[in-house]
Design a protein around this ligand. Sequence first.
Ligand code: ATP
Ligand code: MG
Length: 139
Amino acid sequence: MAERTFSIIKPDATRRNLTGKVNAVIEDAGLRIVAQRRIQMTRAQAEKFYEIHKERPFFGELVDFMISAPVVVQVLEGDNAVARYRDVMGATNPANAADGTIRKLYAESVGENSVHGSDSADNAAIEIVQFFKPEEIVG
Ligand code: ATP
Ligand code: MG
């Protein structure tokens, strides 16, 4: 079933000029980039986006990291896009990520791990509207 998920190419990856290489892995996995924009996240946006982690010890560090350089926000579309993109991303900690995954290829650490992907279809819908207007998504 065609589905959409929300993706962020994080500051560690944009800083190293890896946007194109990350997008190549995404497209090779059969996901279509149907919306994309490079932005500088505000602190308020980053805090809201990662609100679910606000009690975690790494929350402050995570927010500081997410606003430390531009990010690329994206909407990806394809069959089972949410689960497929989680597979393509690999484990949160790159030390545990499978070969060929974005995090195995490019992530620097458990915190600076190159990409975000929604963890459910419900969260994908919530995250997409935080960054895109419906008319900006062209499938
Ligand atoms: P994301 O939500 O960014 O797609 P994820 O779902 O794989 O990643 P989460 O558990 O939701 O992982 O954590 C959100 C983000 O918080 C991670 O991607 C990472 O950037 C950061 N993070 C998670 N665990 C740690 C940690 N132990 N130390 C530092 N940062 C962490
Ligand atoms: Mg997550």
